[in-house]
Design a binder for this molecule. Structure first.
Ligand code: SF4
Length: 76
């Protein structure tokens, strides 16, 4: 449910993720890197650990996407 907070869609292409850990270092509120990078449970959507809806005020998401060395984090 949307309580008036703007959400951004975040998607990780886990197939191409090299498990470097940068996204979790930059934005641990949203990313958890285990055998691959995942969206933390709190923000997951559709039962997928690669997709999430994240409040837009968590602005480290964009930094994580920018700093991912293989550019596999998509932010809408
Ligand atoms: S920064 Fe990119 S390559 Fe590194 S763990 Fe995160 S999603 Fe994977």
């Amino acid at each position: 449910m949307n309580w008036g907070v703007n959400l951004v869609k975040v998607k990780i292409n886990q197939t191409e993720c090299i498990t470097c850990g940068v996204c979790e270092d930059v934005c641990p509120e949203v990313f958890k890197v285990e055998e691959t990078s995942k969206i933390v449970e709190e923000y997951r959507v559709g039962g997928e650990d690669s997709e999430g809806d994240v409040p837009s005020d968590i602005d480290c998401v964009q930094n994580a996407a920018t700093q991912c060395p293989v550019s596999v984090i998509m932010v809408d």
